[in-house]
Design a protein around this ligand. Structure first.
Ligand SMILES: *Cc1c(COP(=O)(O)O)cnc(C)c1O
Length: 225
């Protein structure tokens, strides 16, 4: 299957899941996760009209996207991976949306970078929704305090993001993230990947992050997320 056929198939599946949940498909943003893939794989999706893309490493994104953006200036670039505080300035300069804000030091670094560049990017706060020690994301109990810090630092908080535990039903974790967002008065929900995006859409995802189902399996190793 060609990339544009895969894109059409995924778009149809998102629309179907949205319809089942009596949601509008246009309320779900499909982020094509292009990490590890080069311009030759990305351009066909751009030509098919896809405009939201996700990368998990600042350096890789900086190497690929400035050139692609010259051709397609209306792209929205989402940084979805763990972010080191010392890369915050580069991230703010390069990206349009940041999905993995998960600790006070990063909130501070992003706030300072946004002030310095006079550029405010919507941010998602990542929650370690399965309480897994090896995973990124703030602890559920720490979420209210982190959100308060983000507001203090003037970060535009768009919503919450999660990566549920592997190998188990993701639905309870998506439902928990949706509940936490409701409690905090947040509307954005960045959740759902290749294997579970329809479930995520039915539970309220506003942003699904889809890599392998669009691009095929990644052959290069990826950085831990
Ligand atoms: C790689 C990645 C995705 C996409 O994963 P697929 O299973 O290939 O769809 C989504 N979110 C994050 C944070 C990622 O690192």
């Amino acid at each position: 299957m060609h990339a544009d056929d895969r894109l059409a198939a995924i778009t149809t599946r998102i629309a179907h899941a949205a319809k089942l949940a009596r949601r509008r498909a246009s309320d779900v943003t499909l982020i094509a996760v292009s990490k590890t893939h080069g311009a030759e794989a990305i351009v066909p999706l751009l030509e098919a009209g896809q405009r939201h893309f996700g990368e998990n490493r600042v350096q890789e994104a900086a190497a690929k996207w400035p050139a692609l953006r010259e051709q397609f200036p209306d792209v929205t670039l989402h940084l979805i991976g763990q972010l080191q505080s010392n890369k915050a300035a580069d991230a703010v300069a390069l990206a349009d949306v940041i999905h993995a804000v998960d600790r006070p030091s990063l909130v501070g670094a992003l706030g300072r970078a946004m002030d310095a560049q006079d550029r405010r990017l919507p941010c998602f706060v990542q929650v370690n929704i399965g309480e897994e020690p090896q995973k990124g994301g703030c602890a559920i109990d720490d979420l209210p305090a982190l959100l308060a810090e983000a507001r203090q630092a003037d970060l535009p908080v768009a919503g919450l993001m999660c990566i549920p535990p592997v190998g188990v039903d993701a639905a309870p974790y998506f439902a928990l993230l949706a509940k936490l967002a409701r409690e905090e008065g947040l509307t954005g929900l960045s959740m759902g990947m290749s294997d579970d995006f329809e479930t995520a859409v039915m539970i309220g995802a506003t942003h699904v992050r889809i890599g392998s189902a669009l691009f095929g399996a990644r052959t290069q190793p990826e950085a831990a997320a």
